[in-house]
Design a protein around this ligand. Structure first.
Ligand code: ADP
Ligand code: MG
Length: 269
C-alpha cells in the first residue's frame, strides 16, 4: 500500500446504532462523499436489507445485480459486485431485501461472524486502493451488525439529538465489548456523532451536554445540524455535498471528514 499510515489497506468503519432513523445511512453517504471530495477512495458497503444507502447513491434495485448478500454468502468476484456511483471516487456494494434472509443463513455458517471480515480482505481487494470502507449497518444488533463490527477497525455511532438518544447506547457498547472479547480485540469507537441537531432547541442542547458529560472525547466536536437539504438529497440520488454544496449540511459533513482525517493521522503518528 502506498499510504504508510495504513499499511494494511483501508480503514474500515462500521456506522452502527440499533435504533432506526438516527442518521446512519445519511452519515455513511455524506461522510463517504466528503472523504472522496478530499481525494480519498471510498467503498460504501450497504449492510441494511432496506438498501437505503444504495438508493441514496442512485443505484436502483434493478441495477443491483450482485449484492452484499453474495459478498457474504456466495463466491461472486468483487469486480462483479462493486459498482461505481455518481460520486467520483465513491464505490458501492449494494444491498437488496434478499439480505433480510442472510441473518438466518449466517447462523448456519461456521464462519458466521467473520464473513464480511474475510470478504473485505480477499485477494483482489487491494487493487481498488480504497482508503476508507464505510459499512451502513441495519437498525439492529443482529449477526449482520456483528459481522460489521468484526470486519471493522472502528465503530462510528450516530446519535439523534432527541429524547432517549443515549438510551440503547449501553447495549451497543456491550455488543462492542463482546466483539472485542470474542473476535476483534482491536475494535475501537471512532466516535459518537450528534445528528439532526437544532441549536435553538433546548432538548437538542441537553442531549449534546449529556453526551459530552458522559462520553467526553468520544463525541465528535463536529455536530450535524438538522437541515432540510440533507433530507432532500437522497431522492435526487446525490449526497448533500453535490445536491447543495453550500448548505449547512454539506459544510457539517465536510467538517466531520476533516475531523476524522485529523484523528486518524494523529492515531497513526
Ligand atoms: P438510519 O439509517 O439510522 O435509519 P437515516 O440516515 O435514514 O437513518 O435518517 C433518518 C431520516 O432522517 C431520513 O429521512 C433522513 O433524510 C433524515 N435525516 C438524517 N439526517 C438529517 C439531517 N441532518 N437533517 C435533516 N434530516 C436528516
Ligand atoms: Mg439506514
Amino acid at each position: 500500500m502506498s499510504d504508510p499510515l495504513r499499511p494494511n489497506g483501508p480503514k474500515i468503519i462500521a456506522v452502527a446504532n440499533q435504533k432506526g432513523g438516527v442518521g446512519k445511512t445519511t452519515t455513511t453517504i455524506n461522510l463517504g462523499a466528503a472523504l472522496s471530495e478530499r481525494g480519498l477512495k471510498v467503498l460504501v458497503v450497504d449492510l441494511d436489507p432496506q438498501g437505503n444507502s444504495s438508493t441514496g447513491l442512485g443505484i436502483e434495485p434493478d441495477d443491483r445485480e450482485h449484492t452484499t448478500y453474495e459478498l457474504l454468502l456466495d463466491d461472486v468476484p468483487l469486480e462483479e459486485i462493486i459498482l461505481d456511483t455518481l460520486t467520483p471516487g465513491l464505490k458501492l456494494v449494494p444491498a437488496t431485501i434478499d439480505l433480510s434472509s442472510a441473518d438466518i443463513e449466517l447462523h448456519a455458517n461456521e464462519k458466521r461472524s467473520f464473513l464480511l471480515h474475510d470478504a473485505l480482505r480477499q485477494v483482489g481487494m487491494d487493487r481498488y486502493g480504497f482508503d476508507y470502507v464505510l459499512i451502513d449497518c441495519p437498525p439492529s444488533l443482529n449477526l449482520l451488525t456483528v459481522n460489521a463490527m468484526v470486519a471493522a477497525h472502528s465503530v462510528l455511532v450516530p446519535l439523534q439529538s432527541e429524547f432517549f438518544a443515549l438510551e440503547g447506547l449501553s447495549q451497543l457498547m456491550l455488543t462492542v465489548r463482546e466483539v472485542r472479547q470474542s473476535a476483534n480485540p482491536d475494535l475501537r469507537i471512532e466516535g459518537v456523532l450528534l445528528t439532526m441537531h437544532d441549536s435553538r432547541n433546548n432538548l437538542s442542547r441537553q442531549v449534546e451536554d449529556d453526551a459530552r458529560d458522559n462520553l467526553g472525547d468520544l463525541v465528535f466536536a463536529t455536530v450535524i445540524p438538522r437541515n432540510v437539504r440533507v433530507s432532500e438529497a437522497p431522492s435526487y440520488a446525490q449526497s448533500v455535498l453535490s445536491y447543495d454544496t453550500q448548505s449547512k449540511g454539506a459544510a457539517a459533513y465536510r467538517a466531520l471528514a476533516d475531523e476524522l482525517l485529523r484523528k486518524n493521522t494523529k492515531a497513526a503518528a
